[in-house]
Ligand binder design. Structure first.
Ligand SMILES: [Zn+2]
Length: 1013
């Protein structure tokens, strides 16, 4: 296949040469567009250009835009820092070196300005580099002020003619971001060279971009991960014959999911890019990735499109995307395409910040080698097949270099920038129109507002959700008086049969109203960024019949549900006339409130920050009430805190930012209590994957819940875990999470050790995370035994999703089994769960109904017999009677004798321990004694109420099954989650299920009622 490609080369080369010659001869194309050709009068940097050619593996892997480098007397090329050209083999700069070059450009060119845009979790700097004409850079603030008016059409009273005048005077901002995904390594060098070209090249094609717009570049988005990746690559270069360690940590907390944070905005990199995008009033956010050959513009994808994006935007995706494909195809570059596998539904991607803030989101996948080695790459047949959206597919097998990748990235970006500049009036006007349509939303598609009532019992979580919206640049208001809104009439979901009226003519249901107290929060939809608020607070429905069968990411995310706070979608436009004021900082009511007393009571509403308080007040004695009680006319729920040994001032300080009130009471209430202790927590990770647990770590860190971060290897080496820990959290592993992988680790029968530690050669690997001499060993059987002994001696082990599977598969808990799904399909959805045992401390503060995040289970079933597999519901109706006489619910008969009464078999609900028959109980040493049986805290809702948001297919299989189970084991407990309670900063409403387990670790049996037999 390589041979075929080579045979075509002379023809192609001649063709390209011909094109260059004809372009050079004509300043403009027939339609008035400027030709992509260099300025023959400007000298070329011959040495640099020669290296570009040397490192480009095929002449058709480049374009007339990047196959030379213009020379400059004053501005240094990337070689000044890299020691070689951009994309050279074996050259991968640290972020610091990339910044050094960008600042060198700034120093030597009037066309470049570098801005610091914030820090990462590990304290590294993030930058944005503006490249434009000196004139534009001088007038940045004036231009920004103009763009701000387009971004917020209320400032010009939605006046289209005024918008046109502003458009005519403004230069747009095109924001490019690189290497958010650390193993996708090409972007930084491509962007260094791109900045140089944009600053130096005098060709009309580039000059137009420079003069007509501002190109803004963040060359490294995941700075912590970049430095780790460069470490690994350097290690690989100095150990060329060895396997090199996989990049187990990217950023401090998460890996690939750093590009799924644009809803919760939990990570610094998301916040910094969002602030830069919104602050600059940019029109485009274009994020660079590497996976698919050779350049896949996956902006548009295959549908379903996110329901909240403006159709103006979907048109822009197509315009820019197809033009990009066309331009690069004309250059003779194979494998450039748009559409394909992506679905564009979830707004969690970094680039989607633009889609949700009235701009244009774009994303490239180019072809990367995961480092700067030049490699022979062979593709899977589906990757080189010709399809309707990929008429000129990639080649089956090629020699591929980082320079090839840099050529594609730069060519794609330059043609995009040029096309965008030529049509900037259109795009700027669209930018204004999308903002205007966001402002006029209440009168158009609606709703008018979302309201968060002031009397929500979870004011702390409500404040956290409002802070998410604030980070999204959404305006929040607060009612200064009580108000009432009319709620829409909900139509019956079932259509009438055959279009005919049913017998009873139902009177149309009367509209209802809802009262909200003063101080309720109102998120108005007549604001420029109403779109993101609407998308986050609304419900999602992904039809099981959708032609798209493989959702790219989560299908549901309704944040009010996942935060456990109440939100009302209000379509009544009168809500906008309510007396209200803008709030810029959210303060939930907090502090000590009311009378005297040395005992303080805090109502338990499952606010995660209750755990913060426990760890903050080391010396205070805190008890949890095992029953609800009243004191001083106030009602307190089960699990409410009672504090002693703490001064009023101390407590007031401690809870001032926690979002709940402490009430002084004169005496301890007359209900049973138990101590709430600051458990010693071990947080276990594998060396297989750390991303899923990273979201748990960031949640605990933000809450101030301390833990020891240990690997499965440490567990295997620690025989007495109880001496150090009360609770072991084993959060989901994510990828490669089979029980055998957790135990065996990575293959170690061959190959070399894979060290993950800081050395002079790899100074950035560890950060504040964990280290090891060799990543390969797993938990091992020693580790399994240590976990068993930990639980047997009274420890509490908490697992979720795949680690629950692991715990059950090795017999760490008895009486719970995992079923295999037949048709079940739940792709990152919000599901309904129902409280089963409100007396369990794990349920403290929760209501009957709870919304949870679920991604395909696992499906738990209970058994009262050791080793037994619990009953399962496989969907559809269950037929219990045998074949015989009569109808389905008639008894059968036997000819020649009277019928006998069938004995009543004991029946239990699907989430309960199956009741035992006398037959089963007879001399059965397998029967699990009642005190040792699983205790279900929450179960999944009934089938009809299972779906809250997203996609559920075959939901019968998991409906009603246990979702959170506490299994007493030895003297300890294994607490199993089928849901993932801590996920992407989006599930605050279920955090307390984990935190309650931690805080009540030595009283988990409180309130337990045992079966009689
Ligand atoms: Zn990527």
């Amino acid at each position: 296949m390589i041979r075929t490609a080579k045979a075509r080369v002379p023809v192609l080369r001649a063709f390209v040469l011909l094109l260059i010659l004809s372009w050079a001869g004509a300043a403009a194309l027939a339609d008035g567009e400027t030709a992509p050709a260099r300025d023959p009068k400007q000298p070329v940097d011959d040495a640099y250009t020669a290296k570009i050619h040397k490192y480009t593996t095929q002449p058709f892997f480049t374009s007339p835009l990047v196959d030379y480098l213009p020379a400059s007397k004053s501005v240094p090329t990337p070689e000044a820092v890299l020691g070689d050209v951009a994309g050279a083999p074996a050259v991968l700069p640290y972020a610091e070196d990339v910044y050094k070059y960008m600042r060198l450009l700034e120093k030597n060119s009037q066309c470049v300005k570098v801005f610091s845009i914030g820090r990462t979790e590990e304290g590294r700097e993030m930058i944005a580099v503006a490249v434009s004409s000196p004139e534009n850079l001088k007038n940045l603030e004036e231009n920004r002020a103009r763009l701000a008016k387009l971004a917020d059409p209320r400032t010009i009273k939605l006046d289209d003619l005024e918008a046109d005048r502003i458009v005519a005077q403004s230069v747009p901002v095109y924001y490019i971001t690189g290497t958010i995904h650390s193993p996708e390594t090409g972007a930084p060098t491509a962007l260094m060279e791109l900045a140089y070209r944009l600053a130096v090249d005098e060709s009309p094609y580039i000059r137009e971009i420079r003069d007509g717009m501002i190109t803004l570049i963040t060359p490294v988005v995941e700075v912590d991960g970049r430095d780790r990746m460069v470490d690994i690559y350097r290690w690989h270069l100095s150990h060329p014959k060895d396997f090199y360690p996989p990049l187990i940590y990217w950023g401090k907390y998460v890996a690939h999911d750093n590009n799924r944070d644009a809803m919760g905005v939990t990570l610094k990199l998301t916040e910094n890019v969002l602030n830069t995008y919104v602050g600059w009033k940019a029109q485009v956010l274009h994020d660079l990735h590497e996976s698919v050959p050779y350049l896949y513009d996956n902006t548009a994808g295959d549908g379903p499109f996110n329901a909240w994006v403006d159709p103006i935007l979907t048109d822009e995706w197509e315009m820019i995307g197809w033009r990009n494909v066309s331009d690069m195809t004309k250059f003779g570059m194979p494998g450039v395409f748009t559409h394909g596998v992506f679905d564009t539904w979830s707004p969690g991607y970094l680039m989607f910040i633009a889609a949700m803030h009235n701009g244009i989101s774009r994303l490239y996948e180019t072809f990367g080698n995961g480092g700067a080695d030049t490699l022979e790459r062979a593709l899977d047949p589906q990757d080189y097949a010709r399809t309707w959206y990929r008429q000129n597919p990639p080649l089956p097998k090629v020699l591929w270099s980082q320079r090839d990748n840099n050529n594609y990235e730069q060519t794609g970006l330059l043609t995009s920038l040029h096309y965008f500049n030529e049509n900037k009036r259109l795009f700027l006007k669209n930018f204004y129109l999308k903002a205007k349509r966001s402002v006029t939303k209440p009168g158009a598609e609606g709703p008018a507002a979302y309201v968060l009532p002031a009397d929500d019992p979870r004011t702390g979580s409500q404040a956290e959700l409002l802070r998410v919206l604030e980070r999204q640049a959404v305006e929040i208001s607060r009612a200064t008086a009580a108000f009432t809104v009319t709620l829409p009439v909900r139509k019956s979901a079932k259509p009438k049969k055959d279009g005919k009226d049913t017998k009873e003519k139902d009177a149309p249901p009367a509209p209802t109203t809802r009262d909200f107290p003063r101080g309720s929060y109102i998120v108005r939809m007549d604001q420029p960024y109403s779109r993101i608020a609407d998308a986050l607070l609304d419900y999602q429905y992904w039809s099981p019949d959708d032609p798209q069968k493989t959702p790219y990411d989560d299908t549901g995310w309704t944040l009010g549900e996942l935060f456990g706070v109440e939100i009302t979608r209000v379509t009544d436009p009168k809500v906008l006339d309510v007396r209200m004021e803008r709030v810029t900082e959210i303060h939930a009511p907090a502090g000590v409130s009311g009378g005297d007393g040395t005992i303080y009571a805090i109502n338990n509403n499952a606010e995660p920050s209750l755990a913060t308080l426990r760890y903050k007040l080391h010396d205070a004695s805190i008890e949890a009430a095992e029953e609800p009680f009243e004191s001083g006319g106030k009602k307190f729920s089960r699990g409410s805190f009672l504090l002693r040994n703490v001064s009023r001032g101390q407590l007031d300080d401690a809870i001032s930012d926690l979002g709940f009130l402490a009430i002084p009471v004169s005496a301890m209430p007359g209900v049973k209590t138990h101590p709430v202790r600051a458990a010693r927590v071990a947080f276990v990770h594998t060396w297989l994957s750390t991303q899923a647990e990273g979201w748990w770590r960031i949640a605990l860190d933000n809450l101030g819940v301390p833990y020891d971060y240990i690997s499965t290897q440490t567990v295997s080496k620690t025989s007495d875990l109880n001496a150090k820990y009360d609770v072991i959290l084993f959060p989901p592993v994510g990828f490669f999470s089979s029980p055998t992988a957790i135990i065996n680790g990575l293959p170690s029968a061959w190959g070399n050790p894979l060290p993950w530690k800081n050395t002079p050669e790899t100074p950035n690997l560890v950060g504040k995370n964990d280290s090891t001499e060799d990543m390969r060993p797993g938990l091992g059987w020693e580790g399994v035994s240590n976990l068993q002994s930990f639980v047997a001696k009274g420890g509490v082990l908490l697992t979720a999703t795949d680690t629950s599977r692991f715990a059950l598969s090795i017999g760490l808990a008895d009486g719970v089994s995992v079923g295999n799904a037949q048709k079940l399909k739940i792709v990152g959805s919000v599901l309904g769960a129902r409280l089963v045992d409100s007396r369990s401390p794990i349920a403290y503060g929760y209501d009957e109904k709870l919304s949870v995040y679920c991604d395909n289970g696992p499906i738990f079933s209970l058994s009262s017999i050791s080793g037994g597999r619990g009953g399962r519901r496989l969907g559809g109706e269950m037929h219990t009677r045998p074949t015989g006489r009569g109808t389905m619910d008639d008894p059968d008969f036997t000819i020649g004798r009277p019928g006998v009464e069938v004995p009543e078999e004991p029946k239990a609900e699907i989430w309960e321990n199956p009741l035992l028959t006398d037959e089963q109980l007879h001399n059965n040493f397998r029967v699990i004694p009642p005190a040792h049986r699983a205790r279900v805290i929450f179960r999944y809702a009934d089938s009809k109420e299972l779906l809250v948001s997203g996609l559920v297919e075959g939901g019968d299989e998991i409906a009603q099954h246990p979702a959170v189970v506490d299994v007493p084991t030895g003297s300890g407990h294994v607490v199993l989650f089928s849901i993932n309670p801590v996920y992407r900063g989006e599930t605050r409403g279920t955090y307390s299920l984990v935190l309650n387990t931690i805080l009540n670790f030595d009283s988990l049996n409180a309130g337990r009622r045992l079966a009689e037999k």
